[in-house]
Design a protein around this ligand. Sequence first.
Ligand SMILES: [Zn+2]
Length: 431
Amino acid sequence: MTGAPLHDHLFSRIDAARDDLVALTRELIRIPTVNPPGDAYAACCEAIGKRLAQRGFAVEYLRAEGAVGDRDRHPRTNVVARIEGSVPGPCLHFNSHVDVVLPGGGWTVDPFAGEIRDGRLYGRGACDMKGGLASSIVAVEALLEAWPDFPGAIEISGTVDEETGGYAGVAWLAERGYFSKPRVDYVIIPEPLNKDCVCLGHRGVWWAELEVTGRIAHGSMPFLGTSAIRGMAAVLERIERELYPALNQRRTAMPVIPEGARFSTLNLNSIHGGSAEGGEGFPSALVADSCRLVLDRRYLIEESEDEVRREIVDLLDAVRAERPDFRYALRDLWSVPPVMTDAESPLVRALDRGIELVLGRPARHVASPGTYDQKHVQRIGRLKDCVAYGPGILDLAHQPDEYVGIDDMVEAAKVMAAAAVALLSGGKVAA
Ligand SMILES: [Zn+2]
């Protein structure tokens, strides 16, 4: 079969599967895989695994025993399903995380019912990312029907804990070879970056805790002590005066969206200083001997983690030069370097052509302000050909009344199917 009739078959099968796509997404939303603590992971993975086993996939359930967060009450169970084609060839893997964040307040619909209104499917995880997961499953099922003798192999995984770092999910699997050659060649992560966007990567993260220490004294004689809060205030003043203007000048060449995230950013995540209140809500008369600040610094591909840390250390040393009693300790909490897949890679080109074919307009290349599981595929799996592509609007993720557009899911499924044809055929059947 040549390119055009195959695509016609694929797309009409996906159109015919619209109700099934909606039903599958609702089924997944109704399994409340809230993380933390990591509820109902096994139930969700079994729903995916059972469906794919019926389509001929070999299904593995993999509990990340010994990983962070895994315990008997909340087992970290992942599912990986694989189907072999008629002849050897490349393997395309669709990876979705099954966990969702807490619903929180402000909902006008039941967050775990999967209600439909005006062509939108509502629920926690609808856009991030059970809609994308369902789209990838329906795309692959249509491909198996329209092209039963496809070459290569296709994998679909449902993995846990992406919202808390992915250490018992993609990272754990990547350490065991599930995201490396020769097993896998291309990975598409259907995160909600909009149906016309290919997400090439993300910015880096450096989280650190700064503790300023002082000397305790009676609150009526503060001159006998050293206030850690005043020391921290000097740090904050310098951050406002010097660091923020400097960060606002640094713009990346990466296509990060939204525009504000194209610059280096710093969030002052939390601050705690002084002693807790005494009995009956009465404050203790003490000079604060400790004040802690958590920094959430998002950095650019043009910066290095060492430079980012050095910039803070230099600022702290400048404060110390002005304040002889100033003492501090800086502790790294977590870091992830930026990642970016080459826009000219076959994976990106296949998705670009799929978007043009289905939507009739050129694809946009974007990068994410925050990290997602691509980091583990690239760093642990050493697989470069990994991007995010999926339906849904990123801004709705983690919000009340989260939804995914049903038309968007159908169109994204077509793009995924067209890209799969191009990648598995090695470009012989062009998208
Ligand atoms: Zn997500």
